[in-house]
Design a protein around this ligand. Structure first.
Ligand code: PLP
Length: 370
């Protein structure tokens, strides 16, 4: 019998082999010592007590969860004024970002996003065999014209995080509207609002209104950040019925656990916790940025942030790498981003007030010694 030439092992598809795996925020130093983790934009206030109480009351582990997260979608709809039929749940918003790419793009298609955007967009594009197309930034911010200039007949999806991670930058409502208006009707605009609750309500970017009014906008949200439920993996998205239908066809049928549904529902009911977290973040971020600005003569430059972290560039004698190592020696793990084209920058999550004081003091000491 003749046989085809055989590979010694299964061969992954070439577009899968080209993926750089997502690099999660670390929580321990090189020597394994636990460090204070300000590398993953988690909530320093923890989780709402109401959500923690709901954890124990969740349905039995032997039972499958509600596949449609019906109660949770109804509650999200009530809080945001959205028809629950226009809401799709995800195993974190990460699942929805991947499904958006998979649902609308494939080999031969293009997926567009800005340089210094969220690293999941590259993975989401490659996973479905599409080509990632990266638009230049405007001084680390989103350049609407540069994005639109790269949109062509191959473009199927445009991703935008607003506020953006890792820069913290924010695209105002008029600019987001201009981006949407410049896209063909058959290009899906995904507005990733993982940090939207940190933005002052009067500065809302209008993403949810775009998703309510147009057939080509998906907004994604998460319980991982301000709601303090990163460990439970609950995200949601909203858009036109056709988009929600597409994502529902390809999501995992039981993609949000019973515990996740119960905790997210309770967290949603505790908006006081959300307000506290937003106010804590706004005041600590302002204090931290002021402290960093006093280090300007050492080449330490914070970028404007509307999120729960600050991206800091190190353009003087103290390098980002040396600052990263110095902070680790002082007990803090932050995010150094050479893999994302930012070898001169650290992203630091806003932690507690004493933590931010100590980090600013350590950076001053390191800069003075450099
Ligand atoms: C943290 C983050 C998310 C949230 O991911 P989950 O899967 O919901 O935990 C999404 N987008 C961006 C830009 C983020 O930084």
């Amino acid at each position: 019998m003749t046989s085809l030439p055989e590979s010694p092992a299964p061969v992954p598809k070439p577009w899968i082999a080209a993926i750089h795996p997502y690099a999660p925020g670390k929580s321990a130093g090189a020597d394994g010592r636990p460090l204070i983790k300000l590398s993953a934009n988690e909530n320093p206030l923890g989780t709402s007590p109401a959500a923690l109480a709901a954890r124990g009351a969740a349905a039995e582990a032997s039972r499958y969860p509600d596949p449609d997260s019906s109660e949770l979608r109804a509650a999200i709809g009530a809080v945001h004024g959205i028809d629950p039929a226009r809401i799709v749940m995800g195993t974190g918003s990460d699942e929805l970002l991947n499904l958006a790419a998979q649902g609308y793009a494939g080999p031969g298609d293009a997926v567009v996003y800005v340089r210094y955007g969220f690293s999941v967009y590259d993975i989401a594009a490659r996973r479905c065999g599409a080509e990632p197309v990266v638009a230049p930034d405007a001084d680390y911010g989103t350049d609407v014209d540069a994005l639109l200039a790269l949109v062509n007949y191959r473009t199927r999806v445009v991703f935008l995080a607003n506020p953006n991670n890792p820069t913290g930058g924010f695209l105002p409502r008029a600019e987001l509207a201009r981006l949407h208006a410049g896209l063909p009707a058959d290009v899906l605009l995904v507005v990733d609002q993982a940090y939207a609750e940190y933005v002052a309500p009067e500065d809302d970017d209008g993403g949810l209104a775009l998703a309510a009014a147009h057939d080509n906008v998906l907004v994604t949200r998460t319980f991982s950040k301000i709601y303090g439920l990163a460990g439970e993996r609950v995200g949601w998205g909203t858009g036109a019925p056709g988009i929600v239908d597409t994502l529902n066809r390809i999501r995992g049928p039981f993609n949000v656990t019973a515990t996740g549904q119960a905790m997210a529902l309770a967290a949603l009911g505790d908006q006081d916790f959300v307000t506290r977290a937003r106010e804590h973040n706004a005041s600590e971020r302002a204090r931290f940025v002021t402290a960093l600005e006093s280090l300007g003569n050492f080449g330490i430059r914070p970028l404007p942030s509307e999120a729960n972290f600050v991206l800091i560039r190190f353009t003087g004698a103290l390098s980002a790498e040396a600052a990263y190592n110095g902070l680790a020696s002082a007990g803090y793990i932050v995010r150094w981003l050479p893999g994302q084209g930012l070898p001169d920058a650290l992203r630091i999550t806003i932690g507690t007030s004493p933590q931010m004081d100590e980090i600013a003091a350590v950076l001053r000491r390191l800069a003075e010694a450099a």
